[in-house]
Design a binder for this molecule. Structure first.
Ligand SMILES: *[C@@H]1O[C@H](CO)[C@@H](O)[C@H](O)[C@H]1NC(C)=O
Ligand SMILES: *[C@@H]1O[C@H](CO)[C@@H](O)[C@H](O)[C@H]1NC(C)=O
Ligand SMILES: *[C@@H]1O[C@H](CO)[C@@H](O)[C@H](O)[C@H]1NC(C)=O
Length: 307
């Protein structure tokens, strides 16, 4: 597919790093992009490198990045009703992970050999080529209205190695269900957080210990203001909704059982919807004892709310 982004000369990168020391830092601090989190409260319980995802000089979402995994822990965004087509794949990287003084905008991969500091600091396109894994968006382009915001999701700092059976099967269905439910019944802002659960032991990697493969993907939304006349299929889908998806057919069935009747291509890549409590229980078990996705579980304890 043709990539229509502006190309960045590799020599320019070093130059940017040298002369842009005064630019705002978008890596290392969520302060400029707290608006992508419910109540400006990033999920609690994980340590990583915060990235305010800037593209064309605007912030579009936020990512908690793991440098050792060269992959995101999670991305957080505000949903908007999509329109138009998915943009052509044009993958970008985060110059500030390689050069703290570089420009804060994500940049398209330049043609030709890659800067070694970029390669060391994050995933690059060759990591995924011939790997049997897709570049799975955590923040999907289809949950956004503007073309620019959709383009901004195509950064490898927002992608994890995802099997095609998940990415083009049950996980894609989940993204569509969330799209349908939020577009039809969310009346205010919908805050979405999507992340990964690593293997318990024996991490799997792309190439030679380069990019860590997640065992599961998870996602949750918080929509505090919603239409109370919900249809049956969305009963209990507000104000919060959560799910975990398999990324490995060989995983045990303790967290997400396998539907043996599924189409062969999607067999073992099931996504299980669950209450936010249950998702947090699994995240506490696998990631960190004090994991919390949304501030006060998206206001569940708000006494002014009926349920
Ligand atoms: C997302 O929802 C909107 C509004 O309901 C709809 O027009 C659009 O087709 C949906 N997109 C996908 C990919 O399902
Ligand atoms: C709420 O949903 C019902 C249908 O379930 C619809 O008739 C009504 O117009 C909606 N209200 C708002 C404020 O969107
Ligand atoms: C699952 O296990 C089989 C047999 O051990 C192996 O061939 C296959 O590659 C494994 N699948 C994944 C996704 O690891």
């Amino acid at each position: 597919m043709r990539c229509w982004c502006v190309r960045l000369d590799p020599a320019l990168l070093g130059l940017l790093a040298a002369c842009c020391a005064l630019c705002a830092a978008d890596v290392g601090d969520f302060a400029p992009c707290l608006n992508f989190f419910y109540k400006a409260w990033p999920p609690k319980g994980l340590t990583g490198t915060p990235i305010c995802q800037r593209f064309s000089n605007r912030y579009h979402f936020a990512t908690l990045y793991s440098r050792p995994r060269r992959a995101p822990w999670l991305s957080a965004y505000v949903y908007s009703v999509p329109s138009g087509k998915r943009p052509a794949d044009c993958w970008k990287f985060e110059p500030q992970l390689a050069y703290p003084g570089a420009d804060g905008n994500m940049a398209p991969f330049p043609p030709g050999p890659l800067d070694q500091n970029v390669v060391e600091s994050q995933a690059v396109e060759p990591d995924y080529i011939h790997s049997s894994y897709n570049r799975g968006h955590l923040n999907p382009s289809l949950h956004h209205q503007s073309h620019e915001r959709r383009l901004a999701t195509f950064t490898l700092t927002n992608a994890v190695p995802q099997k095609m059976g998940s990415n083009q099967g049950p996980w894609e269905s989940l993204e569509q269900v969330v799209n349908k439910s939020l577009s039809a019944f969310c009346l205010g802002e919908a805050y979405v957080v999507t992340g990964v659960i690593p293997y318990k032991e024996d991490d799997r990697w792309l190439r030679n210990h380069r990019v860590a493969v997640p065992e599961y993907l998870w996602s949750a939304y918080c929509c505090p203001e919603y239409n109370q006349s919900l249809p049956d299929w969305l009963r209990d889908a507000f104000p919060t909704y959560a799910a975990i998806g398999r990324n490995d057919p060989n995983s045990t069935e303790e967290i997400v059982p396998i539907d043996k009747q599924a189409k062969k291509a999607f067999l073992g890549y099931d996504v299980l919807r669950m209450p936010l409590d249950t998702l947090e229980m699994h995240l506490k078990d696998r990631l960190s004892a004090d994991f919390s996705v949304f501030y006060e579980q998206c206001g569940k304890s708000d006494p002014s709310r009926e349920n």
